[in-house]
Design a protein around this ligand. Structure first.
Ligand SMILES: NC(=O)c1ccc[n+]([C@@H]2O[C@H](COP(=O)([O-])OP(=O)(O)OC[C@H]3O[C@@H](n4cnc5c(N)ncnc54)[C@H](OP(=O)(O)O)[C@@H]3O)[C@@H](O)[C@H]2O)c1
Length: 222
């Protein structure tokens, strides 16, 4: 796969000062209203939003846009065995405006696939292993016309993108809490790199501060 045959990828998250995107119980109520407005504005600029299955199970988000006019986009969920509830908001809420794509592996049950397809959901198979093959998905997305993709977590999915150096830009809100907890979800989970030299490096483009929140924008250091 050629490097340019993939969407431009923006990672967006709100985290505590100590780098957590949810507490150990899964509380991710970190953004204030202004932050949500900015995130929704960013959503108007992309062709798709991708999240991991745990984010659907914990938050049941609609992944929609309030506050702004827009043309809709794909909601994309990475869920190897197609295990999210069929009545999740990403399936039932305004599918005509935000069509949903479920990315699965070859191992998902045919019956579940049919159930979801009957709700108008598009199924994309990528990978035969335990997890969805992320690089393989990129070509599919590109072919669907997804040129800009917003990666909205959680930490496990963020790692899968960072690991393959697939993040082009980052928009990060730092909220004024320290939540702690080794079981609280960090911005990037997974195994991590062994050294700084192996890790992708980013260039700081902008820092905004308001009401105790800081918003940081980074770009990949080419
Ligand atoms: N503050 C924020 O900005 C923010 C944003 C988003 C989420 N969150 C929080 O983050 C928490 C969830 O994050 P999380 O790290 O536990 O999970 P996650 O990243 O939402 O989902 C991870 C799951 O996706 C599935 N998956 C399939 N293929 C994958 C692949 N190649 N790479 C990675 N994942 C793959 C896996 O489940 P299967 O093996 O079953 O497929 C995996 O366990 C929630 O508490 C949510 O509230 C916070």
């Amino acid at each position: 796969m050629k490097e340019d045959k993939r969407p431009y990828i923006i990672l967006s998250a709100a985290m505590t000062i100590d780098g957590k995107i949810a507490s150990k119980t899964g509380d991710s109520d970190i953004s204030d209203e202004q932050d949500w407005k900015e995130v929704h504005k960013l959503r108007t600029q992309v062709d798709g939003i991708i999240v991991g299955k745990n984010t659907i199970l914990k938050d049941n988000p609609k992944l929609h846009i309030k506050f702004y006019e827009h043309n809709g986009y794909y909601r994309i969920i990475v869920d190897s065995n197609l295990s999210i509830p069929i009545d999740s908001n990403v399936i039932t809420f305004q599918p005509n405006i935000y069509p949903t794509i479920l990315c699965i592996t070859e191992n998902a049950s045919l019956e579940r696939i049919k159930d979801f397809e009957s709700k108008g959901v598009k199924i994309l198979k990528a990978g035969k292993g335990k997890k969805v093959n992320i690089p393989e998905l990129m070509q599919h997305f590109y072919n669907l016309g997804i040129q800009k993709l917003l990666l909205e977590g959680g930490g496990i999915l963020n790692w899968s993108f960072i690991k393959k150096n697939l993040v082009d830009e980052i928009r990060l809100t730092i909220a004024p809490w320290m939540i702690g907890g080794k079981d609280a979800t960090g911005l990037v989970e997974g195994r991590g790199f062994e050294t700084m030299a192996q890790a992708p490096r980013f260039k700081l483009l902008e820092i905004l501060n308001r009401d105790n929140y800081a918003v940081l924008k980074y770009k990949k250091n080419e």
